[in-house]
Design a protein around this ligand. Structure first.
Ligand code: PGA
Ligand code: ZN
Length: 419
């Protein structure tokens, strides 16, 4: 049973405060989890509680969320069995009482939810991926590695937020990481020799002053080739334009390019890029509230491209169900802090899988050294993870955890590859 719950403020990868929670069980087992934070957040995400006290952390403090962990939540869950994850999560949802978890804070609730499952795994002396996923959990995900950052994650003119490489042709997860790392360093050299800066953005990818997506894609393809890999066969390209960020008054306003594209023009542009480059997946190709646009894009390309809904679904099973019924997207990005509990996260994954939608487990642009999502990717067997570039410990921590899991699984490990 849970005997102690302790919350505290720590720093995330952008240097902003975040919530960390320790859970202690009566048998002495412990679990610790830290909560991530987004920059290009969806409008319908669960709400992270911030202090808004301008004198501390520029208003971004999370002391009220921490107080909720140490007070109301601790009181409500102490004495419950850590294995009763659904009961613990529902208890917190009911205690909060709001639709968006804004009273206690989704950051408070998620911290406890994830610390509880880690303590329960420790009590059974099982790795987290096996405790959550069972003995059949052996599929290592294809990583979507974000090697060029733009949009809200970088200070450059790129309108699209993420240009990712997916080493689908690798034989193992470790080899996928090696291939990604090689392409990353090749790209750095090529950027430097072309006179571009090699500074990195929030997710550890380069953030040069590229003029547009075309220029970024040309560099990425060349980096893949010059590393000795075949674009489209060994390594494919995935985009996250994060279109909600530049959708205004029914149009897509490319401020970096200084031009505006209407819905049809924006779709045509995405499909033009997908035709000219080895792109296999586009996330948030359309804005979160552009449902008609989403349907059009899905009708035109859903049979040949993975179309991932991030902001449009916000990891919410109900919103996903609307998408499945409405015929938009064919995959979902899953971010634990968009919904706020493990139980709801797993329900969303199950809803997706039952409908034949693919699932990509994902970090946030603001991360910590916590590696829970690496284990959840294996536990759910979802086959894909998005956790940033091949630099910065907040990103590589997840890759390193997956390397350890692959090693531990030994001969039963299987790399998802191209499916
Ligand atoms: P965020 O970005 O964590 O800043 O929301 C990630 C994404 O859009 O996928
Ligand atoms: Zn996204």
């Amino acid at each position: 049973a849970i005997s102690r719950v302790t919350g505290r403020q720590i720093l995330d990868s952008r240097g902003n405060p975040s919530v960390e929670v320790d859970v202690l069980l009566a048998d002495g087992s412990t679990g610790r989890a830290a909560v991530p934070s987004g920059a290009s957040t969806g409008a319908n995400e669960a709400v992270e509680l911030r202090d808004n006290d301008p004198r501390r952390f520029h208003g971004k403090g999370v002391s009220r969320a921490v107080a909720a962990v140490n007070g109301e939540i601790a009181d409500a869950v102490t004495g419950l069995h850590a294995e009763d994850q659904a009961l613990i999560d529902t208890t917190m949802i009911d205690l909060d009482g709001t639709k968006d978890k804004g009273r206690l804070g989704a950051n408070a609730v998620l911290g406890v939810s994830l610390a509880v499952v880690k303590a329960a795994a420790a009590a059974h002396r099982q790795p987290l991926y096996r405790h959550v996923g069972g003995v059949g959990a052996h599929l290592l995900p294809v990583p979507m590695m974000n090697i060029v950052n733009g949009g809200a994650h970088a200070d450059n003119p790129l309108d699209f937020q993420e240009f990712m490489i997916a080493p689908v042709g690798a034989p193992t997860f470790f080899e996928a990481v090696r291939m990604g790392s090689e392409v990353f360093h090749t790209l750095r050299r090529q950027l430097a020799s072309a006179g571009h800066n090699t500074n990195v953005g929030d997710e550890g990818g380069f953030a040069p002053g590229f003029a547009d997506a075309d220029e970024a894609l040309r560099f990425v393809v060349r980096a893949i080739e010059d590393s000795g890999y075949r674009p489209g066969t060994d390594i494919t390209i995935c985009l996250d334009p994060a279109s909600s960020e530049f959708h205004h008054d029914g149009a897509y306003v490319y401020s970096g390019e200084k031009r505006t594209r209407g819905v049809d023009e924006h779709i045509a542009y995405l499909l033009d890029l997908a035709g000219r480059y080895p792109i296999t997946s586009i996330e948030d190709g359309m804005a979160e509230n552009d449902f008609a646009g989403w349907r059009k894009l899905t009708d035109q390309a859903g049979d040949r491209l993975q179309l991932v809904g991030d902001d449009v679904f916000c990891t919410d099973a109900e919103r996903l169900t609307s998408g499945i019924e409405g015929g938009y997207a064919n995959a979902i990005l899953v971010k634990v802090n968009q919904i706020g509990t493990l139980t709801e996260t797993l329900r969303t994954v199950e809803t997706a899988h039952r409908a034949g939608y693919r699932v990509v487990m994902s970090h946030r642009s603001g991360e910590t050294e916590d590696t829970t999502i690496a284990d959840l990717a294996v536990a759910t067997g979802c086959g894909q993870i998005k956790t940033g570039s091949l630099s910065r410990s907040d990103r590589t921590a997840k890759y390193n955890q997956l390397i350890r899991i692959e090693e531990e699984l030994g001969r039963s490990a299987r790399y998802a590859g191209l499916r």
